[in-house]
Every structure is written in C-alpha cells, then in structure tokens.
Design a protein around this ligand. Sequence first.
Ligand code: IMP
Length: 431
Amino acid sequence: MNKNIVILGTQWGDEGKGKIVDVLTSKNSYVVRYQGGHNAGHTLVIDGKKIVLHLVPSGLLRDDVIGIIAHGVVLSPFALFQEVDMLENLGFHIKNRLFISDMSPLILKYHVAMDIAREKKLGLNALGTTGRGIGPAYEDKISRCSILCGDLKDIKILSVKLEKILDYYNHQFISFYNQPMMYYKDIIKELLPVIDFCHDMIQDTTDMLHNTVKNRKNIIFEGAQGSFLDVDHGTYPYVTSSNSTVGGIMTGTGVGPKHLDYILGITKAYSTRVGNGPFPTELFDDVDKHLSYYGHEFGSTTGRKRRTGWLDIVLLCRAIYLNSLSSLCLTKLDVLDGLKEIKICIAYKNIQTLEVIKYPSMYHLQNMRPIYETHPGWMQKTKGVTKLKDLPNEAQRYIHRIEELTNTPISIISTGPDRLHTIFIKDFTPI
Ligand code: IMP
C-alpha cells in the first residue's frame, strides 16, 4: 500500500522529529524537507554517535533512501556544502542521493547580515532568531526578488540578479543599520566552489515527487520547527518565517493533500521553546533545572538554553486540529523519570478577564496562565524501554491521560535518543 507519512512538530520545535524520521524511514524510499532552512537542528544518535543535521533530511542516513530539499526550503548553499561534506567524511555516501529544488530561494550572506543587524536594532524586543538569515530570505521570496537555486547554473543571470538585490540591501545596510556594504563580485567568488558542488543536485523536485507518487513509492515529509513557530498559526511575531504546520507541504513541495496518508504529530512529554515569545507553562524552578539537565535542552543550532515547561494540552489540541493529525508520538518520556509529580496544563485563566479559557486566540496567549492537573511521577528508569507494559504504571497513566484529554491516540513513544529506544504501540501500521 502506498503510504506517505508526514512527521511534524506540535510545539515550538525540538520535539525530536529527526529521530522519528530516521526510525520510520527504514521502509520508505523518499524523505522530503519542505520548509525552513538551516535554522533547524535535528539530532540523531546512530550506533552511539551523535549527528546533528540542519538541512539534509534525517532519513537520508539510511542506505537506500533518496532525499529531497523542496522549494519551500530556503537554502544556504554553504551550509549544505558543509553538511554533506561532514556526512561524507563520516562514511554516509549521500551526495548522489540528494536533490535540491531549482526553485528554492537561496540564503546568501546579506540575508544573514540583515537578520543579525535587525535583531541587534530591536534590542530587548528581539525575536531571538537563529541568526541564519531565514526571515530576510523568505521576505525576498514574497517580494519576488530571491535568487533561486536554479540561478546557480548561469553565472550571468546570477550576477545581474545579485547586483540588483545588493543595491537594495546596501542602501539599508548603510542608511539604516550602520553596516558595511557588500559587493556582488565577492559573493560570486565565494559561491564558485559551491556552485560546482551543487550543480548536479539541482532538479525540478516537484516533478520528481509527482513521479514518486505516481510510482507508488513511499514518502516521508520531514517538518522543521513546530506548529507554534508557524508564521500564520504561531505566536506571531515570535515565529519563524515559514509554514511549519501541514499546509507548508502543499505549498512547499507541490504534493496535494490527498497524498498525505498519515500525519504524525511529534510531542515532547513536556514543553520547550528557544527564543522569545509567550510560553504559558514555562517553569523557572528546580523542575526547569531537571528538564534542562536530563533533557539536554540546549539548542542544537545555536547552543542557547531552551526554556522549559509542563506539557500544554490546550496548545496540543490546537496543533492536532491545525494539522489534522492521525496520531501522536510522545518523545523524551524518560526525561520525566525521577520527578515526584508531573503537571499537565488543561486550560488557561485569562489574567485580564479572569475567565477560564480552553480555546484561546493566539493573539491573547500572553495573557493566559495555566490551570494544571497534577499526576504522581515515577522513580524508575524508563530510558531505553521498548514495550508499553514495561513502563511504570504512573507513566502509563500519564500517557493514557494525554490520549484522553486530546482524544487522539499515541502511536509511538520515544524513551531515549537511540533508534532502538522506541515503543511502537500495537496499532501503528503506517506502511
Ligand atoms: P528564525 O527561524 O531563525 O527566524 O527564528 C525565529 C524563531 O524560531 C526563534 O525563536 C528561533 O529560536 C525559533 N526557531 C527556528 N528554528 C528552530 C528550530 O529548529 N527549533 C526550535 N526553534 C527554532
């Protein structure tokens, strides 16, 4: 049976999507990134070795898999070059199995400089971006002045476009941001080696995917970031600049909704967020220390400490609705080991109106304070457990309560970073 699976985050990113993509890819032939860029950081542990991917689709580390970076992704050719080089040196031969869309907007150094300059100017109101140039690159796309991957194949077109766009950027750099000018000839010079490297990877990936669907090959769509960093559905303006909810697949790949057979939402057993913006269940106490320490909650792209909090069912229900989720995958359950009690946010209280709210508008999220349900924790270790029945009773009750509150089944549980640290619940049959 042809089954295409979507794997996306239901929180603010860092839910552990990379590991699940890697685990589920064994029986699939294509893995597709459809939005975001190298702001993403997907950590995999393979044979005890930690590998962090930013652009290369996570499933590509399996031998017989084809990777696609579709046009919804903003692509830094330098970041791609470095990452592929790192993987080839580790013995993963992926270069001939990776394709990038000719319609992907490029991230070049003026995007990065603009991202950093803007954050600096915002001072205390900064968004806390990853500083990778993501926002400016998507702005160029919407303003219809991006340099596209396909342009890398023609130096003349590339030079004309670069000269024109740099006029605009330099004007802002000099008159508004007090930054040095950039010259298109310098950028072309830096690009030459990576152009050579990318040349054969550049394809019409929409057509490739169309054929993949027609030939009934399996596809995994690998989301980056999480639902509440989505530019339309997230905690705007504290969001990324792409659609990290399921809609990003249609616009970002050209594959239509009837080909999305199974939509799996990845949810950490608690919450984290990097960067600024509302976070109703945020913790500042010893539990924060516990989650940070045992969950290694430091950004895999920027190294920043992640903010931590309890699981938020209000937002999770919203993510289930926004993405038409088929089921949930609960990750990092083992990080809760050793906590005396565990809280779940089941509703909010609006601090201005004192109303109890179950379906808040994202516009008012900063006014919401959590209402919790408290559950007993467990002292036993769950790390590496592979069967539901081997989990402590309290952990099983926590899992069932999440299913009950969200009215959505949990089909996979991750109990550690390794491929093998995974519980498949009996009725998860995506293929
Ligand atoms: P940008 O995507 O670099 O523009 O950053 C915008 C916001 O999204 C910031 O709060 C970042 O910390 C956050 N963000 C971007 N990518 C990720 C990710 O992969 N995981 C978690 N947060 C992210």
